[in-house]
Design a protein around this ligand. Structure first.
Ligand code: SF4
Length: 341
């Protein structure tokens, strides 16, 4: 089968067609939206061939390395926004902890844990629409201390940021800002009405202008169409996002999306493959929902993605870190850039 036939006949794909698609990307030619859609719609019988093709792109850019990230929920709950997937939103009844920004000692404790768990990056996350002055000052104060004491990279996830706030974070030593697009522009109003997709894009542009790296991804499994997932992957490509966390909706009781759990592990792997093909040089992280949705197929995900979170997520539990280390070891992969190695 010829590569052009991917676009017209996804049902009868042969193994070689995915290798041809990888050849195309390795030769510097981007995949088309139609080819990306074909990845999402490809049959289970083609999954291993698709993964082995995606692995060639992963290998070219990241070898067999795995980058670990560690999350700290530095402020929880109390959010005035209405993101339907989020247990910390004003429309959620989920019994999540509610607290204001953590003390200096607790943030430093988190950094110590991140370093002990072989993470190179400490992600400081606060709930809310945008950081207030007190939160900005807390982050500006703690970041240099963490860097000096533990040598960790810092990713800040503080909500919407204006240009001035982005510049201040850069000056404080923040390396990267996380602000997820979450879904496509077209689907955005279905999951949130208190801010827009364009608000999120503007924050990413402010971060870029300030000279920091972008971390931005999305959530699969919120009732979106395949076209939405593809559109999000292309938006991230247009923004040249360096690091893409891909979450799989963990529908939490008490949130508006509590009934929405329909993903299977093969869907998740196809979505990861599509993101790898559209964003071959971006770090791709299997994020929230990894254990719940990929289940026994988690190791296959690491042939496509090159990063995971170690430890817990913001309001849900991850698997014990040792299981992640064992998985990475069993694959013959290696943790990269750890501050403890
Ligand atoms: S802005 Fe952030 S914390 Fe607030 S509801 Fe949305 S995702 Fe949750």
């Amino acid at each position: 089968m010829l590569l052009s036939e991917i676009e017209h006949n996804p049902e009868s794909l042969s193994a070689t067609v995915w290798q041809q698609l990888a050849n195309q990307v390795l030769a510097g030619q981007s995949v088309t939206r139609q080819q990306a859609l074909s990845i999402l719609g490809s049959p289970d019988d083609q999954l291993l061939d698709l993964i082995s093709s995606a692995f060639r792109l992963r290998h070219k850019n990241f070898g067999k390395t795995v980058q670990l990230y560690f999350l700290m929920n530095a402020k929880s709950g109390l959010c005035p926004e209405d993101c339907n997937y989020c247990s910390q939103s004003k429309v959620s009844d989920a019994p999540v902890p509610k607290y204001n920004i953590l003390s200096r000692d607790k943030l430093l404790d988190g950094a110590r844990l991140a370093a002990e768990r072989k993470s190179k990056t400490y992600c400081i996350v606060i709930s809310g629409r945008a950081p207030n002055e007190r939160e900005m000052k807390a982050v500006e104060t703690i970041v240099p201390q963490i860097k000096e004491q533990y040598g960790l990279n810092i990713c800040a996830c503080l909500g919407l940021l204006d240009e001035d706030q982005a510049k201040r974070l850069k000056a404080a030593g923040v390396d990267k800002v996380n602000h997820n697009l979450n879904t496509s522009r077209e689907h955005y109003a279905e999951i949130c009405t208190t801010h827009t997709f364009d608000d999120r894009v503007e924050t990413l542009k402010n971060v870029r202008k300030a000279g920091m790296e972008l971390c931005s991804g999305g959530i699969i499994g919120m009732g979106e169409k395949h076209e939405d997932i593809v559109n999000m992957a292309f938006e991230l490509n247009e923004l040249s996002v360096e690091s893409i966390p891909l979450n799989f909706l963990h529908a939490i009781d008490g949130t508006p999306l509590e009934q929405k759990e329909y993903l299977n592990p093969r869907d998740c792997l196809r979505a990861l493959c599509m993101f790898r093909f559209v964003n071959p040089t971006s770090e791709l992280r299997i994020a929230g929902g990894r254990e719940r949705h990929l289940r026994s197929l988690q190791p296959l995900g690491l042939y496509i993605a090159n990063s995971i979170f170690v430890g817990d997520y913001l309001t849900t539990q991850g698997q014990p870190p040792q299981e992640d280390y064992d998985m990475i070891n069993d694959l013959g992969f290696e943790i990269t850039g750890s501050c403890m190695t």
